[in-house]
Design a binder for this molecule. Structure first.
Ligand SMILES: NC(=O)c1ccc[n+]([C@@H]2O[C@H](COP(=O)([O-])OP(=O)(O)OC[C@H]3O[C@@H](n4cnc5c(N)ncnc54)[C@H](OP(=O)(O)O)[C@@H]3O)[C@@H](O)[C@H]2O)c1
Length: 275
């Protein structure tokens, strides 16, 4: 079969109009095109509107066959409907589900409202399972994969992040669980845990110049991450180069999470450069 006869590489991306989501749509498109594949994208936002229309137009202008979808992923029926629409767009095949949509609700656990806790688990955990479950046959048909966007917060607790961190930790285990259950169906399931990334979700923090500079100084690679940094990792895990990778979590944080011990006072002096 030549690449022109092969079915298009089809990806469903949720949270597609957000910072990481938009970059992911473009990275997945460009990497598949570089492999000589045609590309079909199902791009999901929470609501219809200018942001979704603009994204669909941009992706079409770069050669993808695109269907724009919308729905509230806190609603189980919307998850099933979105997956069904994507599977229809892919004519029964789905090579990659990127479960990227997510939200935070900072607040101390002693005062957190029950509905806020539940909303975070609905969007950050349950939606990934429901979308993957409803696309299982199409993923199996394409021997495809799932990549869910977790967070370094799912690996490391910090005060005020009780529901978010716990939901992302649950997402990490959900994906390891799916990886084990679905490997026999030829479906790989992996997660990415971003570190500090400047997107609309975190823009208010990084607009503070002093805070941004102090955060940057804590990252061994010397900068805050971008949507593209995460998107390239998604394209890798969702592509043929990761064909033997399943149940893995890829931390994409510039070395930040491992930097704690280097901040201890009283350490021996660092070796001089070049030694
Ligand atoms: N930025 C960071 O530093 C960072 C770090 C670690 C992990 N992450 C994770 O990375 C993922 C993407 O975040 P981002 O930084 O790109 O943030 P973002 O720009 O705010 O994007 C988040 C996306 O999720 C969608 N979404 C939220 N609630 C939804 C719902 N109920 N139904 C449908 N869609 C919903 C939003 O859609 P609408 O815009 O249409 O509402 C938005 O496009 C999230 O899972 C986040 O937890 C981010």
């Amino acid at each position: 079969m030549t690449s022109s006869e092969a079915p298009p590489f089809h990806a469903l991306v949720t949270g597609a109009t957000g910072g990481i989501g938009r970059a992911t749509c473009l990275a997945v498109l460009h990497e598949a095109q570089a492999r000589g594949q045609s590309v079909r994208l199902s791009v999901a936002a929470s609501r219809p509107g200018a942001a979704l229309d603009e994204l669909v137009g941009t992706l079409r202008s770069q050669g993808a066959e695109v269907r724009g979808l919308h729905g509230d992923l806190a609603d189980p029926e919307a998850c099933q409907r979105l997956a069904g629409q994507a599977v229809e767009h892919g004519e029964g095949r789905l090579d990659l589900l990127v479960s990227n949509a997510g939200m935070g609700r900072p607040g101390p656990l002693k005062a957190l409202a029950l509905d806020q806790w539940e909303l975070l688990f609905q969007v950050n955990v349950r939606a990934t399972w429901l979308l993957a479950q409803a696309s299982h046959a199409a993923l199996a048909n394409a021997r495809g994969s799932v990549v869910a966007i977790a967070s370094m917060a799912g690996l490391h607790p910090h005060p005020g992040s009780g529901a978010y961190s716990t939901s992302k930790a649950a997402l990490l285990m959900l994906c390891r669980q799916m990886a084990q259950e679905w490997a026999a169906d030829g479906i790989r399931v992996n997660t990415i845990s971003p570190g500090m990334v400047r997107t609309p979700l975190t823009e208010a923090t990084y607009r503070h110049e002093e805070v941004a500079a102090r955060r940057k100084a804590m990252v061994p690679l010397g900068r805050i991450g971008t949507g593209d940094d995460i998107a390239r990792a998604v394209a890798y895990l969702g592509g043929p180069g990761a064909g033997y990778v399943t149940g893995s979590n890829l931390l994409v944080d510039g070395g930040f999470c491992d930097h704690l011990l280097a901040t201890l006072p009283g350490l021996p002096p660092k070796p001089a450069e070049g030694n």
